[in-house]
Design a protein. Structure first.
Length: 419
């Protein structure tokens, strides 16, 4: 594949594929709010504003947090001026008419709607001359201001000036965040990408074929950023918090980006793509599709969103006859063939229910010879255990994924050395 094709396919793989469902949910919520606040029972489009990464068109497939502002008629200011909490209560009541089985709750300045595949955060606002007043129920309640329209306009304008590369870079950096578990909000990603392009015209005429240098330069920019607790957002100058330093992760990505460029210069396309996969994950295309055991290996990132906020630990009981050993205490030896292997969740810090999936991957000469590499994502039977048999030589791996609300919240992988 050419570099142009690789990055074009990569960006295409990041596209949100369930836009119709998202738009339908936005429409349903808007309809309810228009009926409640404006007595317009059939209006699904007016007086609401899609905000956040979805509104800026910088979100990627797997997006689960969706932001929306609903504009209350100005004549109702007298109703809610001294009681911002009431505006949230009325919005919550209206939304519950359509989503009675979803969790709908008030959380300081938003109404949170937790659906099976999305979480909407709806903010009822008043608008004067483009500035929004939004409710804050903390410490007795008050109305605060934000300038969301200015943010949307600033991002859109610079993106147009930069050949749509601002939006594309922001999408790619979200993939980097997911792949490497970097603690950054979407708003911070967009703010940093905006700062990178703000006075940088080097990529105004660049298409996918120049994205290798653009990616390298961005991670170099990120690595050199001083430690800060916040940035000022584009358009509004509101504060965007930095939760954890990102420079070390950016340095690692910079090294991989440089190695990818060097590998391609030497004609090592497959090695180049592996470097990009270490940065961006499996959404970056393979140099060529390799079959394993008659089917392609599956990757959890392709099936679920990742938000690794928890820990999970697995272990394995190695059994023969009446003797049982734990893999974690097995030492440096190798497991004899035909031993029963009982994998199980040893512990986690996850509160509440979660589902488990498993992946077994075979490596080594014998796996190549038998064409038995496996690698499919497998369902759990509800017991949070997996039974296998030690069959042939190799350093095989078993990985466990904890899944809550269609999101992987924890994962753990162990190596299983078989004689």
């Amino acid at each position: 594949m050419t570099l142009h094709r690789d990055f074009r396919l990569f960006v295409d793989n990041l596209k949100i594929k369930n836009k119709d469902k998202i738009s339908s949910r936005y429409g349903s919520i808007t309809k309810n709010l228009n009926e409640k606040f404006r007595d317009l029972p059939n209006d699904k489009t007016n007086y609401s504003l899609q905000a956040g990464s979805y509104g800026r068109y910088s979100g990627i497939h797997g997006i689960s947090d969706l932001d929306m502002l609903y504009i209350i008629p100005p004549y109702k200011w007298i109703t809610y001026r001294n009681d911002p909490s009431k505006a949230l209560d009325h919005a919550k009541m209206a939304i519950q008419k359509t989503y009675p089985t979803s969790s709908v709750r008030k959380d300081r300045n938003v109404v949170v709607v937790e659906m099976q595949d999305f979480t909407f955060e709806i903010v009822p606002v008043f608008e004067w001359k483009g500035i929004f007043k939004y409710p804050d129920t903390h410490n007795g309640g008050k109305w605060r201001t934000c300038n969301t329209r200015a943010e949307l306009k600033a991002f859109k304008d610079l993106n147009s000036q930069r050949n749509d590369n601002l939006r594309k870079l922001a999408k790619m950096i979200r993939a980097w965040k997911v792949r490497n578990n970097v603690e950054m909000s979407g708003f911070l990603i967009d703010t940093l990408c905006y700062r990178f392009f703000e006075k940088n015209t080097d990529y105004d005429q660049v298409s996918f074929g120049g994205f290798d240098k653009m990616v390298k330069d961005f991670f170099e920019f990120l690595f050199k950023e001083p430690n800060r607790s916040f940035y000022y957002a584009f358009g509004s100058n509101s504060k965007v918090s930095v939760y954890q330093p990102f420079q070390k992760a950016a340095e690692s990505a910079l090294k991989s980006a440089k190695s990818a460029i060097e590998a391609r210069a030497k004609g090592q396309e497959a090695k180049c793509n592996q470097h990009y996969k270490s940065i961006f994950g499996t959404k970056f295309p393979n140099q060529e599709v390799k079959q394993i055991g008659g089917s392609q290996e599956q990757f959890i990132e392709d099936l679920f969103d990742l938000n690794l906020t928890n820990q999970i630990e697995i272990d394995c009981e190695i059994k023969k006859d009446l003797m049982t050993q734990l893999l974690s205490r097995f030492g440096s030896g190798r497991i004899q063939p035909q031993r029963e292997l009982h994998f199980f969740v040893k512990g986690s810090n996850i509160v509440g229910d979660y589902k488990v999936k498993w992946k077994v991957r075979n490596y080594g000469h014998e796996a190549d010879k038998r064409k038995n590499h496996r690698g499919e994502i497998m369902d759990d039977d509800g017991s949070k255990t997996r039974r296998e048999t030690a069959s042939f030589y190799g350093d095989h791996t078993v990985e466990c994924y904890a899944i809550h609300r269609n999101t992987v919240i924890a994962r753990h992988k162990i190596t299983v050395p078989i004689e």
